[in-house]
Ligand binder design. Structure first.
Ligand SMILES: Cc1ncc(COP(=O)(O)O)c(C=O)c1O
Length: 369
């Protein structure tokens, strides 16, 4: 496969250097946690090879709310990104056809492109509130369609699919015998608890999630996929073993000790996300040059300049970054024009968020044509 770096990764804050960005509104996760906050006990951990599927107790905990799921249905991976790579590269070949939602987290589109399969896109639009139009999906199915790939809560828009919509797509996947990948990496970062983990609903669904976004542990690189299908689970395990054998013993132990007490953290995290969301809404109400569909899940919003407003976007991002030391996610990270921007409201504290939003307004003042 001929890999090509994605803009969202090349231009990511961690690649640029966190210490060079004063007002970082480009993140799609909540505030990152420090080891010292987790109350860990790691001294007895042996740094040995560990079971390739991942720590049994953690896998069991991840599906403990679902009587029809058990640890055998869970494979721990290197972040959700690792799970997405394993799934796409195990199910797609150049002879296969994929149906996928766009815009999307770049990896979801770029890995299949790199594999060379044929792809039909379901384009979400601002005008339709980023909602998925179900009429489209069936008409896109071809004889060689192997996979439908959707993301909910959605990155970069924060759109949360309705459970009825998900159920209808599952019906379609079952009817045509197609796998359905549902990237639910933001599932635990919702304003209210959404629908059940979707892999619990059907053998055709593969759910993906991680501890990165909702819990602020992206540096752990701990994610998972869930499927009830034993045959493809075996294939996913084979892929994982070929790439990295197992996860790191240290990551898994930290993740497990955190997971047991995650509700303690979730309360504070969600409270803060909601407070920050109020700040964002207030700014959007006053910033008449920008329009947005408000997110229902996740900690990102994907506003755009109003059509009647002409902004020199190249200058805007330069001024915003260089003069105002503020970073947002430009539209091209998601294959859309830079008149769109992703604003993350969960990562910073209130003061930084407020100042960062004010800086966006100041940069617009300077770049309006
Ligand atoms: C929708 C979605 N899925 C997966 C990932 C990857 O997350 P991680 O590998 O950190 O778990 C991201 C990261 O931005 C994302 O937005």
């Amino acid at each position: 496969m001929l890999y090509k770096r994605m803009d969202i990764e090349k231009e990511s804050p961690e690649e640029i250097g966190y210490d060079t960005i004063k007002y970082n509104l480009s993140e799609s996760s909540v505030t990152d946690l420090k080891m010292s906050e987790l109350g860990l006990s790691l001294d007895n951990l042996t740094l040995e090879y560990i079971g390739h599927r991942g720590k049994p107790a953690l896998r069991a905990a991840i599906v403990s709310d679902y009587p029809n799921l058990n640890k055998e249905h869970v494979l721990l991976t290197n972040g959700a990104a690792g799970a997405l790579f394993i799934i796409n590269s195990s199910l797609l070949t150049p002879d296969d056809h994929l149906i996928i939602v766009r815009p999307n987290y770049a990896t979801n589109i770029e890995v299949p492109k790199t594999i060379g399969c044929s792809i039909s896109f379901i384009d979400l639009s601002f005008e339709e509130d980023w909602k998925l139009n179900l009429d489209n999906i069936e008409s896109l199915i071809q004889k060689n369609t192997t996979l439908i790939s959707i993301t909910t809560p959605h990155n970069p828009t924060g759109m949360l699919m309705r459970e009825e919509t998900i159920d209808r797509i599952i019906q379609i996947a079952e009817q045509y015998d197609i796998f359905l990948l549902i990237d639910e990496t933001y599932r635990d970062a919702c304003f209210k608890t959404p629908y059940p983990v979707t892999a619990s609903k059907s053998k055709k669904v593969i759910s993906v999630s991680s501890l990165s976004k909702a819990f602020g542990l992206p540096g752990l690189r701990m994610g998972w996929l869930i499927t009830q299908d034993e045959i493809i689970m075996e294939r996913f395990l084979a892929a994982k073993e070929m790439i990295y054998i197992s996860n790191s013993a240290l990551d898994e132990e930290v993740a497990y000790q955190f997971y047991k007490q995650k509700e303690l953290f979730a309360l504070t995290i969600n409270e803060k996300a909601l407070q920050n969301f109020q700040l964002l809404k207030a700014w959007l109400q006053n910033e008449y040059r920008i329009e947005a569909v408000l997110p229902q899940g996740g900690v990102v919003c994907f506003p755009r300049f109003k059509k009647e407003i002409t902004v020199d976007t190249q200058k805007f991002y330069q001024v915003l970054t260089n003069k105002y030391e503020t970073m947002v996610g430009p539209g091209h990270w998601f294959n859309l024009p830079d008149t769109y921007m992703r604003i993350g409201f969960g990562w910073t504290d209130e003061l930084i968020l407020k100042k960062g939003l004010e800086n966006i307004s100041l940069a617009i003042d300077e770049c309006i044509c």
